[in-house]
Design a protein around this ligand. Sequence first.
Ligand code: GLY
Length: 359
Amino acid sequence: MDPRIVRLDLPSDPYSIHIENSWTGLAPAIKPFVGNKVMLISDENVKELFVHDVKEILISLGCQVSLAIIQPGESSKSLELAKSLYTQALNANLDRSSSVVALGGGVVGDLAGFVAATYMRGINFIQLPTTLLAQIDSSVGGKVAVNHPLAKNIIGSFYQPKSVFINLHTLRSLSDRQFSTGMAELIKYGFIWDKELLQWLEHNIGSLMERQKDCLAYAIERCCNTKAHIVSQDEKEKGLRAILNFGHTIGHGLESTAGYGQYTHGEAVALGMVYESLIAYHMGSIDRALIDLLICLLKAANLPTKVSGVKVESLIKAMTHDKKNRDGSIVFILPTGYGQVKVFDNVDTQLIYSVLEGS
Ligand code: GLY
């Protein structure tokens, strides 16, 4: 496969997202971004799969590597764990010319990015995302954070990586459920921005679900292009970037109210997109065919389309704590056409209830 490169043209910190099929293919592109000393952060699951190869490549590029392996899962995104990584960085004498390399999914990327952003007021940060969700969403755009016991992603910053390196081969290692969770975000790009991707998905979602390399490369490049375009216009989410949150108002509510582990992030976003589209339909913004297409694509990606066993009252309460909300009203990103969404902060609460209760 020919390497693909997506540019993220931020005025202050432009960078590239490299898409390849192997670590060795990416090595020449990685070389300019790593200094003499590197802290390679990964998790126990990824350790078995890719840490050895990536470490060898970094050593062959002349780096001294300090390896930090964290436990997989959201609970690792804590200030306590960040503190232990600062200690490791100090013990390894990392300085301002050193780099932090994140090898893993969203949790590893968010935590490693937070450490890179704050250690010595910021050192080089490089993303090597290994899940579909991280490759098309969390590794691109510079959102880094840890959690507070009372709220997710509440301590963080916008801190752009120097570069992102995507090895498509890593997607082979994902479970079907992990792959589907990334598919929810991939389908989201079609509905928020990219009508052509929607048309392509109608014909190719089967091959994509089989993880065919060419299909993956095409779809991932398209999604990274869309995200790069949006982030380059609105890095700090003052406006346009909020559209990336289609499905996330109800999705985040579901993640915090459904039983622990009931829904993955992508499953919750899939459900959020369905119910938010139903709200848009009842407001007269879209026709029913758009919802049918959404449901058809989500089903083809083995994602849920109907909520069960969630108390609507608690779900709406959880939605009122969303970071996007303004002046007490719940903010929604709702579809207004194929590949089009708008921000709404005036949705009738009764309509939200009736759509969710109809579930
Ligand atoms: N994941 C949404 C964003 O990066 O803005």
